[in-house]
Design a protein around this ligand. Structure first.
Ligand SMILES: [Fe+2]
Ligand SMILES: [Fe+2]
Length: 214
């Protein structure tokens, strides 16, 4: 006779069964929380993905800068990066479009490591390749200007051989570094909203999986 360990019922099970779910969790410390508490939180908690997208769009809007020094401000640059990706046939790749649009949103909070900032936000919603591109895009973008600042334009070579190296190089070379043209016919934000809504509809990976792979 084979013994199969019985799986405990989860909050998701209670919701799926249509069990009555109370409206509020009652614990005062998490160690004492119950599956009923987590069913309440899961069912009635904050609509997290849509809140994340709303905050991302607010951050994107913060990149508008009438007194910008670049040929276009970072808001226009972001839309233009997404436009170039879209017109390069990536219009069916929601995650790449989201990455192109949002890759610089950390510029205010973490100007010197804004790739990591945005990558951390996108991580639950995109495939590992897209996460990696956003996380490392500064170094790949640097190939086009680090030498003007006394830096090493070939710094990205330290990552050569990584499975996502070539895709990140192409993203930066073709979309990011070319997206500073004031004369370019940049697409409006509205054109990208369906893709963004799909990406942020729900996390691809849940909390317990995120803990395991960090
Ligand atoms: Fe950037
Ligand atoms: Fe950029």
């Amino acid at each position: 006779m084979t013994l199969v360990a019985e799986r405990s019922r989860t909050a998701h099970d209670l919701i799926a069964e249509g069990a009555p779910i109370r409206k509020k969790a009652t614990f005062t410390n998490i160690e004492e929380s119950t599956v009923e508490d987590w069913a309440a939180i899961t069912k009635y908690g904050v609509d997290e993905p849509s809140r994340v997208l709303k905050l991302c769009l607010e951050h994107l809007d913060m990149l508008r800068a009438p007194d910008h020094v670049y040929p276009v401000d970072r808001y226009e640059h972001s839309l233009q990066t997404a436009s170039r990706a879209w017109r390069d046939g990536r219009d069916d790749d929601d995650e790449i479009i989201a990455a192109a649009l949002l890759h610089d949103i950390g510029d205010f909070f973490a100007p010197d490591n804004h790739g990591e900032f945005c990558a951390a936000i996108l991580k639950p919603y995109v495939r590992p390749q897209v996460y990696w591109i956003v996380k490392h895009h500064e170094m790949f973008q640097g190939y086009h200007f680090f030498h003007h600042l006394g830096g090493n334009r070939n710094a990205r070579e330290a990552l050569r051989g990584h499975p996502h190296f070539e895709t990140c190089r192409q993203f930066c070379d073709d979309y990011d570094q070319t997206a500073f043209d004031p004369a370019y016919d940049t697409m409006p934000l509205e054109a990208f909203m369906p893709a963004l809504n799909r990406v942020f509809e729900k996390p691809r990976r849940q909390v317990k999986e995120r803990v395991q792979d960090d």
